[in-house]
Write a protein that binds this ligand. Structure first.
Ligand code: HEM
Length: 483
């Protein structure tokens, strides 16, 4: 095991490190590279009655759309003040982001036929989330027929997703009032609204099952600062490798060269929005009952952590990686190379399925091309324990990237839902079926065999169901101006 001691004084402080180029970008919308990170985040799914009204609304809200630069400036001021004063500073802001679905782009485009040609290679985006649902496991009670948005016809077709994010409920309400007036003036239809809210008290930063979320994010070259002590890794985030910005924003270098896209998509990004309802009482009961299926030392806390890959407070089950130095508070400095058989972090664990890190034995030429920039926030009231209270609660899952097929869809369809996928050494210890990601994958078995000999297989139904989903494009500010 390797640990870092205090930083030598010769190493520059964060303020002295060079400013990466993309941090000051004023064309890429906020939330793609720099998270809005707000406790109160509304999602509005909107319908344009016609091209003129859609364009009118877009030009009216253009000035409220946040840039990467202002979003990152705020985040940086916030974290510097927190470090200086040891508590959250009283800094507040409202940030907006807008994305257009394929139907939305076609509605406002000056030349829809050219747009269709431009997007011909973007198969998943053109088809839309509802058309891709069956392949992604959105069947049964997750079938698009049951969705609140994303599968409607006529006036229920979503053209735009507006994200309005604020640090306080008052700021959000005030901003929404202004936006209501703009929607009204342009006769914009509202298909649905979701209210994302961070959970209260000690659950802040956690999702509804109780696990800390938002820990592991990709590091981005030219956006995040590089660790002066460890080239290729992000400063101040132990173990976070920097990958090419073109993985998340069009028109920049990606891990495989350049992801091809027409010029108007430069500085834009593809967005996935999924409304994932969580059955917390069901999950809690299944985890408590599942303990009986194990031989050895197992309790609900340990089994839950095995299914997620981290304990509720975020501590990973993985021992520090063999090739990575440093320990962070939200530890992310591991790569599974020292755990090919899944004896620390089981193969079924959500974080191992969705980001297998060291691809020991897995045939993948571009392992860094499947990362997601996640921007989720819970919705609905916190679960207070006991029996199912019937409340609708879950996660507004949002992610950005430049390939729906290689990023979100690959992770959901193959890594989470394919029992044959082994995020470890395929030759090692195959006596048990690998199973499914039990947080977001299909119903079925999850086999776990741990270092201390504890082993067993739980057969679980699904506790997360999809209740709405969309694919959208988050254009650059300059492209928004041209629409
Ligand atoms: C990580 C929960 C849906 C992809 C995590 C973590 C938790 C979590 C607790 C660990 C904390 C962290 O590293 O940020 C959930 C819940 C979901 C959900 C409760 C649904 C209700 C999804 C979906 C995907 C996904 C739909 C993609 C298909 C990821 C990825 C990571 C992650 C890529 C980071 C893994 C790593 O780098 O170690 N999730 N998640 N999650 N999740 Fe989810």
């Amino acid at each position: 095991m390797t640990t870092t001691s205090a930083r030598p004084t010769a190493v520059p402080s964060i303020e002295q490190l060079p400013q990466p180029e993309l941090r000051t970008n004023t064309d890429i919308q906020g939330n793609v590279l720099a998270a809005f990170n707000k406790d109160f985040t509304d999602f509005r799914y909107l319908h344009f009655p016609d091209a003129a009204k859609g364009r009118g609304w877009l030009s009216a809200i253009l000035n409220t759309v946040a840039t990467t630069s202002e979003t990152e400036d705020f985040n940086e001021q916030f974290s510097l003040a927190r470090r200086a004063f040891g508590r959250d500073p009283a800094l507040t802001a409202v940030r907006c982001g807008v994305s257009l679905t394929f139907d939305g782009l076609l509605t406002v485009a000056a030349e829809p036929e050219q747009l269709r040609k431009d997007l011909a290679a973007f198969t998943a985006f053109g088809a839309g989330a509802a058309a891709r649902a069956a392949a992604l496991g959105d069947t049964g009670d997750s079938d698009p027929k049951t969705w609140l948005f994303g599968a409607g016809t006529g006036e229920q077709v979503v053209h735009a997703v507006l994200i309005v994010a604020a640090d306080t409920e008052e700021l959000l309400t005030e901003k929404l009032k202004n936006l209501d007036a703009v929607e009204h003036a342009h006769r914009i239809g509202r298909v649905h609204v979701d209210r994302g809210r961070t959970l209260p008290g000690a659950l802040k930063g956690h999702e509804h099952f109780g696990y800390k979320d938002g820990i592991s994010q990709p590091g981005v070259k030219d956006f995040h600062r590089e660790d002066p002590e460890r080239k290729g890794f992000r400063d101040n985030r132990a173990g976070t490798e920097l990958i090419e910005p073109g993985e998340f924003v069009f028109g920049h270098r990606s891990e495989q060269g350049d992801r091809k896209a027409p010029a108007w998509m430069k500085n834009g990004s593809l967005q996935v929005v999924r409304r994932l309802r969580q059955d917390v009482a069901g999950w809690n009961k299944a985890v408590a009952d599942g303990v009986k299926e194990f031989t050895g030392t197992m309790d609900a806390t340990r089994l839950g952590a095995c299914l997620v890959g981290r304990a509720k407070d975020g501590t990973p089950l993985a021992p520090p990686g063999s090739t990575v130095t440093g320990l962070g508070s939200d530890r992310n400095d591991f790569d599974y190379a020292n755990d090919p058989a899944g004896r620390h972090t089981p193969w079924v664990a959500h974080i191992r399925r969705t980001h297998p890190r060291a691809f020991a034995g897995v045939n993948d030429d571009h392992p860094k091309s499947h990362r997601l920039m996640r921007r989720g926030i819970p919705y609905g009231p916190a679960f207070t324990g006991g029996k199912d209270d019937g409340e609708d609660r879950g996660l507004m899952f949002v992610c950005y990237g430049t390939s729906l097929e290689q990023q979100f869809e690959l992770v959901q369809q193959h890594w989470s839902n394919d029992p044959a996928f082994t995020p470890g050494d395929p030759k090692a210890d195959r006596h048990v079926p690998n199973g499914f990601d039990k947080v977001t994958g299909l119903a079925g078995k999850a086999a776990i065999g741990l270092e201390d000999g504890t082993h067993g297989t739980v057969d679980l139904r699904r506790f997360v169901r999809t209740t709405g989903a969309l694919y959208a494009f988050t254009p650059s500010i300059s492209t928004l101006r041209l629409l």
